[in-house]
Design a protein. Structure first.
Length: 147
């Protein structure tokens, strides 16, 4: 009977230790919790503040399929409260120093280019320290892939 009790106790100890290691790695490992995985694509609303042809600087209406889209992120409400403040503060500081985010986007053939004032959905990945890496914009249901 004591051997069986020792085995049960050892298994319980191993399970508790494994859970503690997992919790610590999630909590302190990458700076992001299990609820906000770094490799998951996040979404936030944004506003286009400028569109140009990336080679000539002319308005995007003159461009074929590549445009330079500058945009602001309106809010990080989709993030958990724990991370919302970090990323919002970082983006406000970055925007004050560098201006809006600007990316080269591919506009599908037959789709009008975005215009200043358009509302877009910004898809991005989280980076350590509060940075983001935009991967796609969506405007009126149409995906604009970022190069």
């Amino acid at each position: 009977m004591t051997t069986l009790l020792r085995i049960v106790f050892a298994l319980a100890l191993v399970v508790a230790l494994a859970w503690a290691v997992h919790w610590a790695s999630v909590r302190f490992g990458s700076g992001l919790s299990a609820g906000q995985p770094r490799d998951a694509i996040q979404q936030a609303p944004g506003t286009v503040v400028g569109v140009t042809n990336p080679s000539s600087g002319n308005p995007a209406a003159d461009s074929a399929s590549r445009v330079r889209v500058c945009f602001t992120i309106d809010s990080f409400d989709g993030l958990s409260e724990e991370f919302r403040s970090l990323y919002q503060t970082h983006e406000n500081t970055r925007a004050a120093a560098d201006g809006p985010l600007c990316e080269i986007a591919l506009v599908p053939t037959g789709t009008p280019a975005p215009e200043t004032g358009d509302h877009v959905e910004i898809y991005f990945m989280l980076q350590d320290g509060g940075g983001i890496a935009p991967v796609k914009l969506r405007r009126k249901g149409v995906d604009l892939r970022i190069e």
